[in-house]
Design a protein. Structure first.
Length: 459
């Protein structure tokens, strides 16, 4: 094929220059610094090499469209982008578990880009269309959609609350996606309360308090997840209080999510009263019918054939936590791939989940039990597990323990991170994603099954 520039190294260097201008520095360094061009095929495919499977999936899911656009700017024609793991690139560093940077989700009008702000895409799977509605969540879904349709005019603030894994984050992101698609001139920020806190601390360190205020008080829609983690953080609460008042005064939309009602959050009354000044919508645990509908949608997106009886078995025996339910299905899918079966049937599900769906008697599994069993299995100490060592012999068990903590408990990402030496929630996300990918390998799958069985039996 003929293009104005044919040297792939030159093409990729120019593409990275474009992408660098569109992203903040941590995001660019994390995802693009170790990429390399592999080839430009005769049929118009630009192949890019990355260090590991995690980076490949992340780039494909979140940046493929951005890369295609940048390539067209450089070569003048449409090129498809293919991302693969380059075996010749350097091995994945153990240190990257502590280098994953989760920037706040920000969308802004394409016609007026602001490079001082982080720009990022929402997770495309979290839309209103993909949110399975049932009696337990229809009110929350409907009011969230109403806020998205008229941001700042309806139910301001909107306070969503409910237990872990019931869909609060899904609705927050669905609002963000809807607003950015239908009101491209509006600026939207989605952050966790932890990210809000980190941004404030960074502004103090960098003596850039004005930039912090400008960032959060110039938005049209502010979405904050896990607001309950602002408990016992007086200075952060004050900053949020001031931000909230400014946005409310200017008619901007504020949507908050928590695992409990405003009146049950340990904050000053003036903060709790602000939370409750708009509309509260709780999300109850899904019924069996809703769980089954969620599972059907999930396996359809995975394109995996399940017998109806097999899905019904999972829906009937799983907890209301949707994340845990989907985690069980992911483990079943991994077993199917390893056993070369065409369809997931009831006997397979019963075999795979026998240590997942034990009689729980509503007794929560403490994270200390998970850590203890992982340490025993891999012959490492608890101090090593939660410490700062980054050798593969320590990092891998640590990631397994984080994966199991995410799968077997209702603990939030920040809380899990705190139990592993005060690590950031993005480290937990990276660990979960990595082990989930590795589950397609027989030895990893067997390890997870054996450790889970031991944890369940002792619990």
């Amino acid at each position: 094929m003929t293009t104005a520039i044919t040297d792939i190294n030159t093409i990729w260097s120019l593409v990275l220059d474009i992408v660098r201008d569109e992203l903040n520095t941590p995001s660019f360094k994390t995802w693009f610094e170790h990429t390399a061009p592999v080839e430009l095929t005769d049929d118009g495919v630009f192949v890019v090499g990355v260090q590991n499977e995690f980076a490949r999936n992340w780039l494909e899911e979140r940046y493929s469209q951005r890369l295609s656009s940048a390539l067209k700017q450089v070569v003048g024609v449409e090129l498809a982008v293919r991302i693969l793991v380059d075996q010749n690139s350097s091995q994945e560093e153990e240190a990257d578990e502590d280098q994953r940077v989760e920037e706040p989700v920000v969308q802004q009008a394409p016609s007026a880009p602001d490079k001082k702000n982080t720009r990022h895409e929402f997770d495309p799977k979290y839309t209103f269309d993909s949110f399975v509605v049932g009696e337990s969540n229809d009110f929350a879904r409907n009011v969230a959609l109403a806020v998205a349709e008229q941001p700042g005019l309806k139910y301001n603030p909107l306070f969503l609350w409910g237990g872990p894994g019931l869909g609060k984050t899904h609705l927050l992101q669905a609002i963000g996606i809807y607003v950015t698609q239908n009101f491209p001139h509006k600026k939207v920020i989605y952050v966790t309360s932890e990210q809000f806190t980190n941004d404030y601390v960074d502004s103090i360190t960098a003596k850039s308090h004005d930039s912090f205020r400008q960032k959060y008080r110039s938005v049209d829609v502010l979405l904050i997840d896990d607001i309950q983690f602002l408990e016992n953080k007086q200075s952060i609460q004050e900053q949020f209080f001031n931000t909230f008042n400014e946005l409310k005064h200017r008619g901007k939309a504020v949507v908050l999510a928590s695992d409990r009602r405003p009146q049950d959050i340990n904050m000053e009354e003036r903060y709790r009263s602000r939370f409750a000044s708009g509309l509260q919508a709780d999300i109850q645990p899904p019924t069996y019918e809703t769980r089954l509908a969620i599972l059907k949608q999930f396996v359809e997106t995975q394109n995996i054939p399940f017998e109806d009886a097999a899905l019904a078995y999972v829906a009937e025996r799983s907890t209301p936590n949707i994340r845990e339910m989907e985690g069980a299905v992911i483990r079943i899918i991994a077993y199917r791939e390893l056993s070369k079966k065409q369809i997931v049937d009831l006997p397979m599900v019963e075999q795979v989940t026998k240590d997942i769906f034990l009689d729980r008697s509503h007794r929560p599994i403490p994270i200390t039990s998970i850590q203890r069993e992982v340490c025993r299995y891999y012959s490492i100490s608890h101090a090593e597990l939660i410490g700062s060592k980054r050798s593969q012999s320590i990092v891998y068990p640590r990631q397994v323990a984080m994966y199991l903590a995410r799968e077997l408990t209702d603990m939030s990402l920040p809380k899990i991170g705190n139990e592993f030496g005060g690590r950031d929630h993005t480290t937990v996300m990276h660990a979960f994603a990595k082990i989930q990918k590795l589950m397609s390998q027989r030895d990893v799958y067997n390890q997870i099954q054996q450790i889970t069985s031991s944890i369940r039996q002792k619990a």
